[in-house]
Design a protein around this ligand. Structure first.
Ligand code: NAD
Length: 473
């Protein structure tokens, strides 16, 4: 049943039907059999994944080109090499992280063994999003393998080529009983969410995040929700405005703005706004030429539904466009666009933009910016550009966000020792580096005692009869 999908490519419109309750039951049997627990086994699987990254590099890039018309540079930098580096780090360290921990103990427990075991949760469901369709699925996947779990993966159906790559290729490299790919959209995900999992890891929009969370409560399943929202940028008048503009524009226009940590909008004074726009005009021309549509470096919008959404945002802000503004529905192309003098009442300030449109909202000072930010949901990330340490402190102390990044955009995401995740409406939980391993690990506390007479004697004060004298101990 081959039809044209929303991406204009030919593909199978319906995934192969699978019996989802059966798939999950088999996954549970596999976990219960203990297959995934030995560190040697986990290592072999991670190495197989590494081999897949090596051998299928070209196919991975091709899938991203098909889904989003990614440039090779962005495909490699933001997904393929990112996955490779994360996996190398995981392979180097996970055995150390998996070891039982021996926390400090007090005098009372001197003769006891006090241990924390790093247990796998069991059967994990990972649901991916379309905007970084390989990275957002496979990065948590590697963490879940390292932690000893059985995993069911649900790629986003909107990134058709990437979902197909994962469904067809992963089983060739990894254990098919422990790791299963289920393809499909809302219908299949709804069916999956009716099953009992031991952990659910979801990346995507806040509304579906709520559906996932509600489903998880039925079985008291712990979750990580990697959601989105409007991530603000504040720029004061002490920065190098050209470097600032480059860093903000790059963060906004990679993947055509379809990035959960993209700067959503800029807050700055009118003077800074003018300088920012002038610099941006020059930079955008340098980067993408006179006609940005001809540039090989700009991605396209994932499908016509999202294109229509962005087109109507642009139409509603027509009179605020200072750079770009052109679009072509046939090609699902939107020129890198900057809007100036945007106000709170503009439609573009309602929801996460998730496209190559950057509104600038003039504010008088940092205090007004902070109030503006705090009047809204906690963002996934807050970007601050300033040379003043008192401004750094002000934002650090007076705002809440999943992450804070000062004088750059996006780059914090690559620091593997920084846990990545939202707070409030931008998400629950975090991963990356050791946080990925910990996310899929239950910390099982354990106290081991012995029967030595002296210990029993010292501890016997706890037994009835409860005389006042015993309370003195
Ligand atoms: P999406 O449409 O791909 O949906 C995400 C997943 O939810 C998909 O696997 C999809 O099949 C499933 N789904 C969709 N509707 C469903 C339903 N009714 N019931 C059950 N499952 C359903 O992705 P999206 O939501 O458009 O992704 C974009 C959003 O994701 C943005 O808000 C972005 O900020 C956020 N995001 C967050 C991160 C992060 O790491 N925090 C990363 C990327 C994207």
């Amino acid at each position: 049943d081959n039809t044209m999908n929303g991406n204009g490519t030919l593909s199978s419109s319906k995934p192969k039907p699978v019996n989802i309750p059966e798939v999950v039951q088999k996954a549970r049997d596999t976990f219960n059999s203990g297959t995934t627990k030995p560190l040697e086994w986990r290592k072999r699987q991670l190495k197989n994944l590494q081999r897949m990254y090596e051998e299928c590099r070209g196919e991975m890039i091709d899938a991203l080109v098909k889904d989003l018309r990614r440039s090779k540079m962005e495909a490699v930098l933001l997904e393929v090499d990112y996955l490779v580096n994360d996996l190398t780090n995981l392979l180097n360290k996970f055995e150390e992280w998996a070891k039982p921990e021996r926390p400090p103990k007090g005098l009372v427990n001197m003769m006891d063994d006090v241990v924390i075991f790093n247990d796998p949760y069991g059967v994990v469901l990972i649901i991916g999003a379309w905007n970084y369709p390989l990275q957002l699925l496979l990065l948590p996947f590697a963490g879940a393998i390292a932690a000893g779990n059985v995993v069911i993966l649900k790629p986003s159906e909107l990134a058709v080529a990437s979902a197909k790559f994962i469904a067809e290729t992963l089983p060739k490299y990894l254990d098919n009983d422990a790791f299963v790919v289920v393809e499909g959209g809302p219908e299949e995900t709804t069916e999956l969410l009716k099953q009992k999992f031991d952990y659910i890891f979801y990346t995507g929009g806040t509304n579906v995040g709520r559906i996932v969370y509600a489903a998880a409560t039925k079985n008291l399943t712990p979750v990580t929700l990697e959601l989105g929202g409007k991530s603000p940028v504040f720029i004061d008048n002490t920065t190098d405005i050209e470097i600032t503009a480059k860093r903000v524009l790059w963060g906004k226009f990679i993947n055509a703005g379809q990035t959960c940590i993209a700067p959503d909008y800029v807050l700055c004074s009118k003077e800074v706004q003018d300088k920012f726009v002038e610099c941006s005009r020059k930079i955008l021309k340098e980067w993408y030429g006179e006609d940005a549509q001809k540039s090989p470096d700009l991605c396209r919008i994932i499908n016509s539904r999202h294109f229509g959404r962005l087109q109507s945002l642009l139409e509603a802000s027509k009179d605020k466009v200072v750079l770009g503004g052109r679009y072509d529905a046939q090609d699902r192309f939107i020129a890198p666009t900057v809007l100036a003098n945007v106000t709170l009442n503009d439609k573009i300030m309602e929801d996460e933009i998730f496209g190559p449109i950057l509104p600038i909202v003039p504010v008088d000072n940092a205090y007004e910016a902070i109030k503006f930010i705090n009047d809204r949901e906690h963002p996934l990330v807050l970007y601050l550009f300033s040379r003043q340490s008192k401004i750094h402190t002000l934002f650090t102390e007076q705002t809440r966000s999943g992450s804070l990044c000062v004088n750059d955009t996006i780059m914090f995401y690559g620091v593997d020792t920084l846990p990545f995740g939202g707070v409030g409406n931008s998400g629950i939980g975090a991963y990356h580096g050791k946080a990925s391993f910990d996310t899929f690990t239950h910390k099982k506390s354990c106290l081991v005692r012995n029967f030595a007479a002296i210990g029993e004697k010292l501890g016997s004060g706890r037994y009835p009869p409860y005389t006042d004298g015993k309370l003195k101990f």
